[in-house]
Design a protein around this ligand. Sequence first.
Ligand code: OGA
Ligand code: MN
Length: 291
Amino acid sequence: MNIVGSGATLGARVEGIDLSRPLAPENYRAIEQALGRHGVLCFPRQQLDAAALKRFAENFGSLEVNVANLYHEPGIPEVMILSNIVENGKPIGLSDAGQDWHTDMSYSRTIAFSNVLYGIRIPMRDGKPLGNTEFCNMHAAYDELPDSLKQELDGMTVTHDFNKFWEMMRREKGSTRPPLTEEQRRRKPPVSHPVFLTHPITGRKVLYANPGYSVRINELPEARSEEVLNFLFAHQLQEKFRYRHNWAEGDVLMWDNMGTIHNAVADYRPDEPRLIKRCQVMADKYFPELY
Ligand code: OGA
Ligand code: MN
């Protein structure tokens, strides 16, 4: 196994390894370390079925199972399907996942550690891939905060609300999502997490806030909370913290959901098919002391 950093703020390629087979324990440890250090890992030219994707992902923590979700692999609810493909009048997957800046599951009591995506069909136009995935580096974003703000926010917590992203999609992206029902909102109540987390792999602090779900810094008066959140969102999205993964078919892309935030670029049309299978790995293995 050979891990080569991109040289940019995030990203590495992991070559010489076949994820359809069990790996040696030292390889899992090397992947963990690389994930902490590089934030986004691409394993090119993989050939996996859904069961093998699940077997690889579950080495890093328990997998999210969304009982209400229609779009999972038959018989394997831990494998979710992201796609704009419609077959016999029915969508085969979730077509608009992650189409603005966020981190996965910050709205959940147990947060996500890593998302593992397998690219099966990638839309192309003029020889270039579409539907790429962008990231920002939250280790660097923390490091470069003004000292006064690091001190002011130290020990504070942020409320994250699933409904914020949902409503943004409805308002701004022409999504056909209906409003969440009272029952759905009850099942996903807002939760709080520290604004700065100590990353379980690097031992360094990361900024754990994101435009998709963060709604309030709990310990600050409303107006100051608003001002600081707007500052944090602009700060964390600066160009210098950004990295883009350009997809190729056969890529397994694994990202660190604590050390990065991400955005799915919606630049392809309904007649340009995209098909991705994914497993969401929860932070229970790496962060047992918090959750
Ligand atoms: C996700 C997500 C990005 C993409 O699955 O959580 O944000 O590019 N996906 O599909
Ligand atoms: Mn996401």
